[in-house]
Design a protein around this ligand. Structure first.
Ligand SMILES: O=C(O)c1cc(=O)[nH]c(=O)n1[C@@H]1O[C@H](COP(=O)(O)O)[C@@H](O)[C@H]1O
Length: 277
């Protein structure tokens, strides 16, 4: 079954919230844990156990595992397994992008079923040119997995390049959105190639078409200040498949399991009000 269809099913049964597992050193400390592979494991597996049975998508942030070296990657493997065991789709946030031949190696690492780090989907960066991410898209589709392509990121520096005009007059971000729409053309109920558009992106200027027939991951919701009203204003009715994502805002409710669960339920209820179709 395609990633797009699996995601649509997950929306039906679990709603539309993505929770990020971002084990920041400050959060480890707030949870009474050491900034070590041991603390990381306790944090990530607790978050997985509490959240992955409830939300449709869990998004571990690879960087916070990588900073603990090979022991951290081992924890990432166990976290991915735990989330999948509990029925969540795993979107690994690695933002990969490189020349095509190297992009294929990243695809093998994260999107080939034989890899120990295989996940349901990854984030990819098209800023070496959209064609450079094609090996990751092709590998994902060949194995019923997905990719989320960065289009308009939530950080304040994003517009400098992403909103710049290209030779044909479209912005760089609009070009990315159009390319993704072509990849998803004709797919039902939606394509397996998503985009990333931050809840915090400025709305002034020309708003591109978000009609990509694929999921739109919306980080920046929660700790970075983005709200459901911001999403309504940005996307209107154009996009049915919004997947708002929140990490710190929810994780800071731990380590108490009930409080952590309650924080996720609050956020899920908040985003449930967004129009579906
Ligand atoms: O791809 C992402 O998820 C992402 C894209 C983006 O534009 N902005 C953004 O914040 N993210 C990631 O989403 C997470 C946001 O975390 P919080 O701000 O704690 O909710 C981090 O892991 C970021 O790396």
């Amino acid at each position: 079954m395609t990633f797009g269809r699996r995601l649509a099913d997950a929306f039906d049964t679990r709603g539309r919230l993505c929770v990020g597992i971002d084990p920041h050193p400050g959060l480890l400390d707030a949870w009474g844990l050491t900034d070590s592979a041991f603390g990381l494991e306790k944090f990530a597996l607790t978050a997985a156990e509490v959240l992955a049975g409830t939300v449709p998508v869990v998004k571990p942030q690879s960087a916070f595992f990588e900073r603990h070296g090979s022991a951290g990657i081992a924890v990432l493997e166990r976290t991915i397994a735990a989330c999948r065991e509990l029925g969540a789709l795993v979107l690994l946030d690695v933002k990969r992008g490189d020349i095509g031949s190297t992009a294929q190696a990243y695809a093998d690492a994260y999107l080939h079923p034989a890899s120990p780090l295989a996940v349901d989907a990854i984030t990819v960066s098209p800023y070496l040119g959209f064609g450079s991410v094609q090996p990751m898209i092709d590998t994902a589709l060949a194995h019923d997995r997905g990719v989320f392509v960065l289009a308009m990121t939530s950080n304040p520096e994003g517009p400098q390049f992403q909103q710049a005009a290209t030779a044909d007059g479209r912005t760089v971000a609009a070009t990315v959105l159009d390319e993704v729409a072509s990849q998803n053309a004709g797919a039902e109920p939606l394509g397996s190639v998503g985009v990333v558009v931050g809840a915090t992106v400025p709305r002034e200027g020309v708003t591109p078409s978000f009609d990509v027939n694929g999921p739109i991951l919306v980080p920046g919701y929660g700790a970075q200040g983005g709200t459901v009203d911001d999403m309504r204003a940005l996307f209107g009715d154009a996009s049915p498949w919004l997947l708002p994502s929140s990490s710190r805002e929810i994780l800071q409710a731990g380590p108490d399991r009930e409080a952590l669960h309650a924080a996720a339920v609050r956020a899920a209820d908040d985003v449930a009000g967004l129009d579906r179709r």
